[in-house]
Design a protein around this ligand. Structure first.
Ligand SMILES: [Zn+2]
Length: 270
């Protein structure tokens, strides 16, 4: 088996047996793949401080013997560590959520350069960011687009009226887009209502390229409401929960009265 080289961003690490680690990463040429690093739990020198979440690595690997097997990772070199994402708990929770989104919205061995670019942008932006929830919101919005689930933020999916003043909107998963408050009467009361300001900011963010997203500013309440709306939209699409959201929401909505939701016993560190 020939030795091959790729680069990839680590999405998830789990222990495997007594001495190995399973490393799920997203690579521009392989897509989402999982490899096994033999001996990595026994602090073998070649893997020390390298196999960490959110790190951009150069990886030497061999193909699995079977089609469905794991890549055999033989060496790893750190290209970008993104260390602060593992030491600052808010940014850690944000990065975990983005990685969970990427894992859930992708399949194995289905590379997409746009997704790799989006992930790279998101982690680099979190590294610089003072407001992790803003990066989460923008990454989530663009991930939906790349994954083929771009919500229409310009008109109500039911009455088809263009978004306009005097109404509030919900991002309704069942409708696949916005519903105005005339069309949601009595439905979806657990979903956050978004003002026209929020909807317009999101619609604008959809059209911007990654290099221009950092400049956008969102009022805090807009961020929380919009990020919550995208969470509900995605768990409906995925038909499963996104576990990192609970921690992220608790950390990013401290002191907020909106959305009024329990913390499920999870609070900020220390
Ligand atoms: Zn309507």
């Amino acid at each position: 088996m020939n030795l091959r080289t790729t680069c990839g961003i680590v999405l998830r690490i789990v222990g495997h047996g007594e001495s190995d680690k399973l490393v799920t990463f997203y690579s521009p040429d392989l897509g989402r793949v999982t490899g096994i690093a033999k001996g990595a739990r026994k602090s073998k020198r070649r893997f020390v401080n390298k196999l960490e979440e959110f790190t951009l690595l150069q990886l030497d690997y061999r193909l699995p013997r079977r089609q469905t097997g794991l890549l055999l990772i033989s060496e790893a070199e750190v290209l970008t560590a993104h260390l602060i994402l593992r030491t600052d708990f808010r940014r850690y929770a944000a990065a975990m959520y983005i990685c969970e989104l990427l894992i859930r919205f992708t399949r194995d061995n289905d590379p997409d350069l746009k997704l790799f670019a989006l992930l790279r942008w998101a982690l680099a932006s979190l590294h610089r960011a003072k407001n992790p929830l803003k990066i989460v919101l923008l990454a989530h919005l663009h991930l939906l687009e790349v994954a083929g689930y771009r919500p229409d933020l310009h008109r109500c999916a039911s009455c088809r009226q263009a978004v306009g003043p005097g109404r509030n909107y919900q991002l309704q998963p069942v409708a696949g887009g916005l519903l105005c408050d005339l069309c949601t009467a009595g439905h979806g009361t657990h979903l956050p209502r978004m003002s026209i300001q929020t909807v317009s900011l999101l619609a604008g963010a959809q059209t911007l390229t990654l290099d221009r997203l950092d400049r956008l500013q969102f009022p805090r309440q807009v961020l929380v409401g919009a990020a919550t709306a995208l969470y509900h939209f995605s768990i409906h699409l995925l038909q499963q929960d996104l576990h990192a959201w609970t921690v992220l929401r608790a950390l990013t909505t401290e002191g907020q009265t909106y959305p009024a939701a329990g913390r499920n016993g999870i609070g900020p560190p220390g």
